[in-house]
Design a protein around this ligand. Sequence first.
Ligand code: SF4
Ligand code: SF4
Length: 295
Amino acid sequence: QTSNSNQSTNHWEQTRRHPCYSMEAHYKYARMHLPVAPKCNIACNYCNRKYDCVNESRPGVTSEVLTPVSAEQKFIVVKEKIPNLSVVGIAGPGDALANWENTCEAIERIKQSNPEMIFCLSTNGLLLPHYAPEIVELGIKHVTVTMNTLNPDTGAKIYRHVHYQGKKYEGTVGAGILLENQLTGIQYLAHQGVLVKVNIVMIKDINDSEIPAVVKKAKQLGAFMTNIMPLIPAEGSVFANLPPTSIKELNQMRDRCQIDLHQMRHCKQCRADAVGMLSEDRSQEFYAGVDSLIK
Ligand code: SF4
Ligand code: SF4
């Protein structure tokens, strides 16, 4: 009982300092993303892999990709210059779990000397059933999963393929595997007390009419909130010529879904190497340099 209540006090304390999970915190605290996860195991039609993962990023400039050791060095520099840094997240440029060794090593290294830091990660969810116990073990209390649809037929329009356990799956089969793993993983994490944020990319005439059902499902699985994001048609991606989602449509959808679950409204779709407060981008200031890149 006592350890449970200590756990939830600790959770609350952490969430109060997480700029993405708390509207108030985003005025006070900074976050940094460590770009240690270059590979991805699925192919989203809104992705242009020259840029950062759309799970948590804005297409625009190619990120540097760091080894866990250079990520830790960069963290030390950033923490020195940005004392209100409270969150270290892994959000690509590929998938945090498709690069689990890097993700895990970077977090462990920093955590050793900075136990007060909040660690979070974002994923497409494909490998959640595999790594969720380790995520919990590592003490990560905030996980973002991008889940765009509950229908494998719609999924087949969004995902070209899924690489899973050594095989490549296309169409509804691939989308079905991804969906099953997202559902299992979200539920597992939520039951372990992890605050799960479900990201949904709103794509006109593809998944927009299904979003309320995705939000309801997220709630049923125990997710903490959903973050409905606009499609940014990335140059070079399959969806490059689709219409972007307008802010008006986005807000109408958020208002509709707010009845079921808390909606994040201040997401900035940050880069995989974002640094600073959510309202600013200081990533250019902190480039670690080519020597630190994963070759
Ligand atoms: Fe791109 Fe992210 Fe989708 Fe992977 S999960 S294909 S990196 S948008
Ligand atoms: Fe927070 Fe959104 Fe930026 Fe992720 S992409 S760090 S959720 S504001």
